[in-house]
Design a protein around this ligand. Structure first.
Ligand code: FAD
Length: 470
């Protein structure tokens, strides 16, 4: 129908939170409109996040493997080169194909798609400046804010997306930098650092905190950092960036110890600022309808994703919780189920997190540090991929599985996996956690041989008993 007709649900933002909410709403029989200003669907994740980064991670991994792993597998060739424009084009093709795919899903499910920038004029009306230069008012009984997040800059640093780039610029560099300095050792910085490091850049990661990826289990993190250092990634932890000079050819970054002290200069061709993301609500007119936000600028919601404004909901990166695409999707489905009068449920403690480096690190549930601080008596079961036959067969055996279980009941509290494909392996652990399984439940589940998944089974055995293969 026309955008002026009243909708049951209007979604502002077409990212993984918004587009999934819109499709689900339509599937539940609600008349739905989705407003997106980017000109393409899929949000940060599909356009400048998850998908293009994974495309480049895969391309750069293939090059790295061809260079460093193929010879030992007896695969040799005369010449190996990088065709960067072709690499970037394959990434762009993946993105545009998937974006069009979501448009197709909108058509199939009869979601009305309005291309433009939305702004509240009342809790049930959104004024949209459309991309073709017009304006239209979209009305809805329920409005879901799914406007996501944006890159966070640092004081005194201006992102020009050429010499000083955000993750967006780092996904489209026109040349391989000789020296790349990454500010921030979160997963985005490490992933993009890995991409360019594999293609030949010298990578230095500057991090204010004492640790990389602070949310990671400490023991796994230590091994992970060692792996990255083996790949020649350099780390300057507890280090603060205090100034930047872009007047010359490259960039001079002035740093000092986080606790204060002597300054030093880091030279780089390109600097990637990956110091976190902030909720994005600019121009949305939240003040017009009085929607509350917290100190970090995130929209405050109750457990049904309701804001304080009547009929206005919020989901995804713009509300508190892990800033991840799959979490945004879960929010979207649950929110719409509430609107449709059903029950929806998202448990943020069971959202898996994955760092898509090589090896990957995937985890769900609690870290050992968190379990300790809860004061629960627990057991740890570990199994190294060095003792896993499939990992040895493919000669890619760095990493481990670590399972934490409550001592008295054997109930699984957390699972941490570092391995190639850890992001796929983690899901049996997510399911186990979701169903309140014990480590013995996993250990007594038949796992196919030879697979990397057997390491999960063996770690589970090690949690309450002994593993077989070590
Ligand atoms: P977004 O995806 O940010 O979408 C919000 C959309 O709303 C945007 O398209 C925006 O244009 C639109 N919008 C905003 N305001 C308006 C308005 N007023 N009117 C109309 N439209 C508006 N997460 C993972 O789970 N796995 C990964 O591997 C991963 N990798 C990432 C890599 C990078 C480099 C980055 C930057 C992020 C990555 N993320 C990853 C995070 C992931 O992208 C986000 O968690 C996810 O996109 C959040 O979804 P969302 O729907 O809440 O918001």
């Amino acid at each position: 129908g026309a955008a002026g007709d009243e909708n049951d649900v209007v979604v502002i933002g077409g990212g993984p939170g918004g587009y999934v909410a819109a499709i689900k709403a339509a599937q539940l029989g609600l008349k739905t409109t989705c407003i997106e200003k980017r000109g393409s669907l899929g949000g940060t994740c599909l356009n400048v996040g998850c998908i293009p980064s994974k495309a480049l991670l895969h391309s750069s991994h293939m090059y790295h493997e061809a260079k460093h792993a193929f010879p030992s597998h007896g695969v040799k060739f005369a010449q190996l080169e990088i065709d960067l424009p072709a690499m970037l084009a394959q990434k762009d093709k993946a993105v545009s194909g998937l974006t069009r795919g979501i448009e197709g899903l909108f058509k199939k499910n009869k979601v009305n798609y309005v291309k433009g920038s939305g702004k509240f004029i009342s809790p049930s009306e959104v004024s949209v400046d459309t991309l073709d230069g017009g304006n239209t008012v979209v009305k809805g009984k329920n409005i879901i804010i799914a406007t996501g997040s944006d890159v966070k800059s640092l004081p005194g640093i201006t992102i020009d997306e050429k010499k000083i780039v955000s993750s967006t610029g780092a996904l489209s560099l026109s040349a391989i930098p000789k020296k790349l300095v990454v500010i921030g050792a979160g997963y985005i910085g490490l992933e993009m650092g890995s991409v360019w490091g594999r293609l030949g850049s010298e990578i230095t990661v500057v991090e204010f905190a004492p640790d990389i990826v602070p949310s990671m289990d400490g023991e796994v993190r230590k091994q992970f950092q060692r792996m990255l250092e083996k790949q020649k990634m350099k780390f300057m932890l507890k280090t603060k960036v205090v100034g930047v000079d872009t007047s010359g050819d490259g960039v001079k970054l002035i740093v000092e110890p986080a606790a204060g002290g002597e300054q030093s200069t880091l030279e780089a061709d390109v600097v990637l600022v990956s110091a976190g993301r902030i909720p994005y609500t600019a121009g949305l007119g939240l003040e017009t309808i009085g929607v509350q936000t917290d100190k970090a600028g995130r929209i405050t919601v109750d457990k049904h994703f309701k804001t304080n404004a009547p009929g206005v909901y919020a989901i995804g990166d713009v509300i508190p919780g892990p800033m991840l695409a799959h979490k945004a999707e879960e929010d979207g489905v649950a929110c719409v189920e509430f609107i449709a009068g059903k029950e929806g449920h998202v448990d943020y403690d069971m959202v898996p997190g994955v760092v898509y480096t090589h090896p990957e690190v995937a985890s769900v549930g609690k870290t050992e540090e968190q379990v300790k601080s809860l004061g629960v008596a627990y057991r740890v079961g570990k199994f190294p991929f060095m003792a896993n036959s499939r990992a040895k067969a493919i000669d890619d055996a760095d990493g481990l599985v670590k399972i934490l279980a409550e001592k008295e009941t054997d109930k699984i509290l957390g699972v941490h996996i570092m391995s190639p494909n850890a992001g796929e392996l983690i899901h049996e652990a997510v399911l186990a956690l979701q169903y309140g399984a014990s480590s013995e439940d996993i250990a007594r589940t038949c796992h196919a041989h030879p697979t990397m998944s057997e390491a999960v089974k063996e770690a589970a055995m090690a949690t309450y008993d002994k593993p077989i293969h070590i």
